[in-house]
Design a protein around this ligand. Sequence first.
Ligand code: NAD
Ligand code: UDP
Length: 312
Amino acid sequence: MRCLVTGGAGFIGSFLCERLIADGHEVICLDNFFTGRRANVEHLLDHRHFELVRHDVTEPILLEVDRIFNFACPASPVHYQYNPVKTVKTSVMGIIHMLGLAKRVRARLLQASTSEVYGDPQVHPQTEDYWGHVNPIGPRACYDEGKRVAETLCFDYHRQNAVDVRVVRIFNTYGPRMLLDDGRVVSNFVVQALKGEDITLYGDGQQTRSFCYIDDLVDGIVRMMNQIETHGPVNLGNPDEFTIRELAELVIELTGSRSRLVQRPLPKDDPVRRQPDISRARAALGWEPKVALREGLLRSISWFDSRLRETS
Ligand code: NAD
Ligand code: UDP
């Protein structure tokens, strides 16, 4: 298969490119390098089945491909709120261009949607049939609503134009290759702990998230693309739920850091609880995460530690 991975030089995209190459596919990695890095795919550049294209998904592009993995979009609140109008354009115009391409070349398309479509959820854990609780005009809306419209377009192109779509709703995922200054909680805490800096708990740290290690996620994505039974949406995430304070304490323990916990104001509209119900992924994909938080953090800490040494 010839696979297009938009956002392929980013955190998740780069691991996906690697996996697709390992599975024997040809990969075109497309990225505008807003939050992605050439270094994330440097080791693939000489591979005869790999091609890197600098392109912005808000502009159309024509490529002959069989599979499209649409991952282009900043995912950290710091990055997606930096230029919120551009974030909406990336999600909405990006998916229109990719669905148009899929329609024209008859490719199958998988959309990287998000647990943010559930907003600050009033149903717990979150099942795919929950419609969500999103503030449409708040600071997170550019990301949440952009992703919601992208899902709408996937299912409309499917019904109207028979485009073969797959939608996965990805819950908080972490691992190596996250940017050191990414702003998301795992990278922040690990970098702060390794540097001996204060660990910044937003609010009282009682809000929860469920953290999925990158290898597990990539496996779920590939399974979703390869099967023909369901178009989704399917939740992909690790159902083990932790408070942010528990995460901070675990990071301190695993790094042996002397960092202190300090409180900072809770960002507006920060979801209080989040945990995926993955019954659908279990049934439809035979998938469930294997890497526990402790193990995934140890692997990530060792990577962040080397990165910090390289950059200091
Ligand atoms: P990331 O920021 O590392 O990756 C995003 C990639 O998209 C980067 O390489 C960036 O340069 C590229 N990009 C951004 N705007 C673009 C544009 N206009 N044109 C072309 N490329 C563009 O983030 P990530 O964590 O790897 O997330 C990848 C995808 O997965 C995103 O769509 C995100 O919404 C989704 N997702 C991630 C998580 C998570 O926890 N990591 C959770 C839910 C959904
Ligand atoms: N968070 C925190 N300290 C940080 C970064 C994030 O306490 O330095 C909190 C944040 O308020 C949120 C949770 O960690 O409740 C997850 O934040 P992240 O930005 O990683 O992802 P999202 O909110 O999109 O799930």
